[in-house]
Design a protein around this ligand. Structure first.
Ligand code: NAP
Ligand code: G4F
Length: 363
């Protein structure tokens, strides 16, 4: 049996972990990357040069490039992870987000169909808990109604439905994993968890003064990305195609994430005030380390995500509790403490990014 996987979004957080996971399982792994004037492939640099790891140029906005990659690789499994994945950015670039996150999914499905691979290639679509958006039920499971609440979520909703349509219309084995937030030491630096762990490390080492955040009360079900890529694979190994919620079943606020991250670097935070006036204060020194800025509020924000992973546990045999919330925060903070300490000559560049983050230039 050929085991050939094609991963779109291979340079992303999940793409890098999934590549490692599939290589370990003996797959030939092909990743699709987009051409850029700078080579930013930090997350997969350690895999390049391995005999079973191959990269191809392609773009989710370009049908012909996807068709070429699919026809050349003839994958037995496609993991469609490529996306404009930042919710705030989707408000700034809604058309681009729709093209990549919605129409892009259709392009992948059509490429498989046009290459005559409908019966030999299984497809995983990276769907999201953002589909529940302005939630109509807590916790959320596979039966919970969708109520997308950002351009990103609306685009991903199209992806979810077109996958379902191709499954029913053409009998294709294509599935969506409705994944709740999953984080790691490879998480992009403008997502809230990584922004917090990097800031905690920099503040502890005297390289940043304070951290500006948006809605501290927002609730998320945060898991560890390395655990979640196993589910993507499991979803494609079942007798029949189906969609699954992947989550830990445990919920925390952004405020709690901050509290635990700072505690890990030895700073006990106390939160005082409300709304825009809320502050995170270092109990030992009285210094204000966390402040709220309207720059990081969203036009519409999803504030109550909490997943019910019962189906994944029972059918896929997946363990949603492998990495606890506390362990996740600790591993991210420990990684960033070492990273910040080693920054040396590059410190200024990193500090500039921290300043941009603080001023809301990069969200
Ligand atoms: P990520 O780190 O932002 O990675 C996104 C990947 O998509 C990158 O490799 C990026 O390439 C690629 N990409 C973006 N636009 C592209 C285009 N036009 N053509 C080709 N590639 C393009 O995201 P992630 O956290 O790994 O998430 C993976 C997938 O799961 C995404 O679809 C995301 O929406 C979804 N998801 C994520 C979570 C989560 O909590 N992480 C939860 C639910 C669903 P560059 O490196 O060139 O930018
Ligand atoms: O970390 P976030 O930007 O992640 P968000 O919006 O939940 O999206 C992530 O998870 C989704 C799964 O549910 C994925 F589909 C998506 O691709 C992405 O990976 O924001 C989390 C929460 C939000 O409510 C946001 O308003 O944190 C709040 N927040 C508060 N201050 C902030 C900030 N978010 C960011 N990025 N930056 C802040 O300063």
């Amino acid at each position: 049996m050929r085991k050939v996987a094609l991963i779109t979004g291979v340079t992303g957080q999940d793409g890098s972990y999934l590549s490692e996971f599939l290589l370990e399982k003996g797959y030939d792994v092909h990743g699709m990357i987009r051409r850029s004037s700078v080579d930013y492939r930090e997350r997969i640099a350690h895999l390049e040069g391995r005999p079973n790891f191959h990269l191809h140029y392609g773009d989710m906005g370009d049908s012909m490039s996807i068709l070429q990659v699919v026809s050349k690789v003839k994958p037995t499994e496609i993991y469609n992870l490529a996306a404009q994945s930042h919710v705030q950015v989707s408000f700034d670039s809604p058309e681009f987000t729709a093209d990549v996150d919605a129409t892009g999914v259709l392009r992948v499905l059509e490429a498989v169909r046009l290459c005559g691979l409908t019966q030999t290639c299984r497809i995983y679509q990276a769907s999201t808990s953002e589909l529940y958006g302005k939630v109509e039920q807590v916790p959320q499971n596979e039966q919970t109604p969708f109520h997308p609440y950002s351009p990103y979520a609306v685009a991903k909703l199209y992806g979810f439905w077109i996958v379902k349509e191709y499954r029913e219309a053409y009998g294709m084995y294509c599935c969506s994993g409705i994944l709740f937030n999953h984080e790691s030491e490879r998480r992009g630096e403008t997502f809230v968890t990584r922004k917090i762990t990097l800031a905690a490390a920099r503040i502890a080492q005297g390289k940043q003064d304070r951290l500006l955040l948006g809605n501290l009360s927002s609730l998320r079900d945060w898991g560890y990305a390395k655990d979640y890529v196993e589910c993507m694979w499991l979803i494609l190994q079942q007798d029949r195609p189906d969609d699954f919620v992947i989550a830990t079943g445990v919920q925390h606020s952004v405020r709690e994430f901050c509290y635990h991250a700072f505690r890990r670097v030895g700073i006990e935070l106390e939160f005082r005030g409300e709304g825009l006036d809320e502050q995170g204060i270092d109990k030992a020194t009285g210094r204000v380390l966390v402040e709220v800025s309207p720059d990081f509020y969203r036009p519409t924000d999803v504030v109550n995500l909490w997943g019910d992973p019962t189906k994944a546990r029972e059918i896929l045999g997946w363990n949603p509790s492998r990495t606890s919330f506390e362990d996740l925060v600790a591993l991210m903070v420990d990684h960033d403490m070492a990273k910040v300490a080693a920054e040396g000559a590059a410190a200024k560049v990193r500090t500039n990014l921290a300043e941009y983050l603080e001023k809301g230039i990069v969200k």
